[in-house]
Design a protein around this ligand. Structure first.
Ligand code: ADP
Ligand code: MG
Length: 695
């Protein structure tokens, strides 16, 4: 919000003194505008409040009534009981903690609402309910009014404000300043979708006249949110493409055929299709910005390799950036092997190399003596310049922020960029998260792969599982045993992994060669262990999740994950993706304690039910909610408060069409119809994303 009245500091609002202003600032409300954007968390009315006479045990409900007793019990377990009456029955709210605090809040005669799970102990009860003191609004429930409930009750309590008090402040703000809330959407879009105006939407979201009006407010805000998100994407895409020239790479089909023929396998149909999409981009005059999606094991690296080699053979340099040193090392190895006998000079540039070595490689890159470099973010963080960089491949994009991507883009003239992601996401979501990129999908696994068999077992079964691993290793296969990283303490993590390793080596598998890999090892040690595992010398690799992404050892057939309940779905899928990369049947065994949370249980069930990364991503999204889905922030995305990226896919598509059409037609938002949109975009986004997308 940028209009003057709305930037009024909160302490000048009627009903807010210096003291309250200070509390409000603590929850991020500094101006009148901030207050108006502090939307209700939920609403109470007759449709959401249940009469006490109709309660059933274990229901999640909201009940409202008059406080008839506030009673502190000292016998037995000390507790506070607040009893309410709603003309149909009595209900008790019970607190065992912070009794003093709650006792001070309630008085007989108040009207209050309690929410929570219904229990029964002599009376209907809710233990530690969510509550809202409605009080002074005499009998709000029976008047059919819809009452907004703000923030957490805790938060309001700290504010020294009852919900009623908070509602009053918001009411004052609306009365005085609603006029100044400016429209942000072009008129023609408001008409097209019959959306209500912005000021009206603010009024209705705080004090809805009816459910119907409230829904209209939601509809408007949802569209607005998605429209501006897509506008950001449209402007970024326009910005990458428009004034700047790319580096057209002449593609020689003979070279392509030669390189493809050298591969130890035939490309899948999906791989060929994606390769062609990339090659077409190469020959254009503006730079490629392409996202390559493909499930784990679908063969993305080969495509990156071909794209880079074609670039090099046309006389340019290419760079491949990986999220970890281990992965960079592995890519370097794979590429070196593929490059044998070809006129290409490769280099590896990672942070842990000796300074002198890094310096030398940097000089070679700047001088054009290296054609293809593989690295970690050392590639972009250090002063690296290239003689003629034309292609940048970024592997496992979810590890990199958009900002890093643009840093690297600035290194060359404007190189082609291929971003590879290992966490496949549904197409509409990909369009939203990476709306400024073109998307290619490898939707097919190489032939002959058998899906990994996945089992979920409790800890008592470990001995039998270890027996199974013994059999596999005796048949010449290899195995991973993974322990979760213990976030609180690296020392603890180290201890857990080390002890497990010693136990397994000495007590369980004395005849086998085991290796240990964890995050605190030096790079050379890690690399030595990985090399020995790759070469088959280490038979069982005990590890923390440093092997999560990208590691490729086709002879490994067992992935045992201990404390699998501590991993997220996409992590589990990544880990499972380390096996099943060869022709042999592979197994993934998830081990958890007996008692795990409901959500953890669901995650295990999803893993057992499917190996399809796209489906797993959807389930992940469903279980976590799209807001949290691998941190949208990390993608350089604004927060979404109204829209759900999965459920609202139709609105997303509409908003996307509208935003892209707008930018196509008026890229700097200079037409009169777009001025309001322009103003809002600049104030809301431009600074936050460090972008001057519109002149
Ligand atoms: P990811 O997509 O997970 O990065 P990789 O590129 O690491 O997958 O490929 C997984 C494994 O499959 C590698 O061992 C690779 O050599 C092999 N591979 C890739 N493409 C094919 C193919 N068309 N046919 C057979 N094997 C392939
Ligand atoms: Mg990979």
């Amino acid at each position: 919000m940028s209009s003057d009245g709305l930037t009024t500091p909160i302490q000048f609002l009627k009903g807010v003194g210096e003291k309250r202003a200070e509390e409000l600032r603590k929850i991020g409300i500094e101006t009148v505008g901030d207050l108006l954007e502090y939307f209700p968390r939920r609403y109470l009315d007759r449709s959401t409040i249940l009469p006490i006479a109709q309660l059933e045990k274990d229901q999640e409900v909201t009940v409202a009534g008059e406080v008839v007793r506030v009673e502190r019990i000292r016998r037995g377990k000390p507790r506070l009981i607040v009893t309410i009456y709603d003309r149909t029955g009595m209900l008790e709210a019970v607190w065992f903690n912070q009794i003093d605090v709650f006792e001070r809040l309630f008085r007989t005669g108040q009207t209050v609402a309690f929410s929570g799970k219904i229990g029964y102990y002599r009376n209907w009860q809710i233990v530690h309910p969510d509550f809202d003191i409605l009080s002074e609004e005499k009998d709000p429930i029976h008047t059919g009014q819809i009452i907004p409930v703000y923030a957490s009750t805790e938060g309001l309590k700290r504010l020294g404000l009852s919900s009623y008090g908070f509602r009053k402040i918001v009411h004052n703000a609306l009365e005085r300043y609603a006029e100044e809330i400016k429209e942000t959407l072009p008129d023609y879009l408001l008409h097209k979708y019959h959306l209500i105006g912005r000021a009206e939407a603010f009024r209705q979201i705080h004090f809805p006249e009816s459910r119907e009006r409230l829904n209209q407010a939601y509809r408007r805000f949802k569209y607005e949110e998605l429209f501006f998100l897509e506008l950001l994407m449209a402007l970024r895409k326009h910005y990458y493409q428009s004034p700047v020239m790319g580096i057209p790479i002449a593609v020689d089909q003979k070279v392509v055929d030669e390189l493809v023929a050298r591969l130890p396998f035939r490309l899948t149909r999906a791989q060929r299709r994606v390769l062609n999409e990339i090659l077409e981009d190469f020959q254009r005059s503006h730079p490629m910005n392409r996202l390559l999606q493909g499930d784990v094991g679908s063969g993305k690296t080969v495509i990156a390799w071909l794209a880079m080699m074609i670039t090099v053979r046309s006389g340019f340099q290419a760079a491949l950036m990986a999220p970890t040193e281990i992965l960079a090392q592995q890519h370097f190895l794979t590429l070196s092997r593929l490059a044998e006998g070809l006129p290409v000079r490769l280099a590896l540039l990672i942070g842990s190399l000796p300074e002198r070595e890094k310096l030398r490689i940097r000089e070679q890159l700047a001088g054009g003596e290296v054609d293809l470099v593989v690295g970690t973010h050392a590639l972009i963080q250090e002063a690296v310049s290239f003689a003629r960089l034309a292609l940048v491949v970024i592997d496992e994009q979810h590890r990199f922020g958009v900002e890093q991507r643009s840093t690297l883009i600035q290194k060359g003239k404007l190189p082609h960029v291929l971003v590879m992601t290992a966490t496949p996401i549904p197409r509409t979501l990909a369009l939203t998260l990476y709306g400024d990129l073109d998307v290619s999908v490898i939707d097919e696994l190489p032939p002959g792969r058998q899906p990994v068999k996945t089992y979920w077992r409790t800890e008592e079964r470990l001995p039998r599982i270890l027996d199974f691993i013994r059999q596999q290793v005796e048949h010449g296969r290899q195995a991973y045993v993974v322990y979760p990283i213990i976030e609180e303490s690296e020392k603890l993590e180290l201890k857990a992994a080390t002890e497990a390793f010693q136990h397994l080596q000495k007590k369980v598998f004395p005849a086998f060669r085991l290796g240990l890999l964890h995050g605190r090892m030096k790079m050379e040690e890690k690399e030595a262990v990985m090399r020995r595992f790759r070469e088959g010398e280490i038979q069982i690799l005990v590890s923390t999740t440093v092997i999560e992404v990208g590691v490729d050892v086709p002879n490994a057939t067992v992935m045992l994950i201990e404390h699998a309940e501590r991993f997220g779905l996409s992590q589990l899928h990544q880990l499972r993706g380390r096996v099943g990369r060869g022709a042999d049947q592979a197994y993934c065994i998830l081990v958890t304690p007996k008692d795990i949370t409901e959500v953890a249980r669901e995650r295990m069930e999803v893993m057992v039910a499917t190996t399809d990364g796209f489906r797993i991503a959807e389930e992940d999204l469903r279980l976590r909610g799209s807001g949290e889905f691998f941190g949208t922030r990390q993608h350089g995305m604004p927060d979404l408060r109204f829209a759900d990226l999965i459920q609202d896919s139709r609105v997303i598509q509409a908003a996307r069409r509208d935003a892209f059409a707008l930018v196509e037609q008026d890229p700097h938002l200079r037409q009169p119809a777009h001025l309001a949109t322009r103003r809002h975009f600049k104030s809301a986004f431009a600074r936050k994303f460090q972008m001057s997308l519109i002149a």
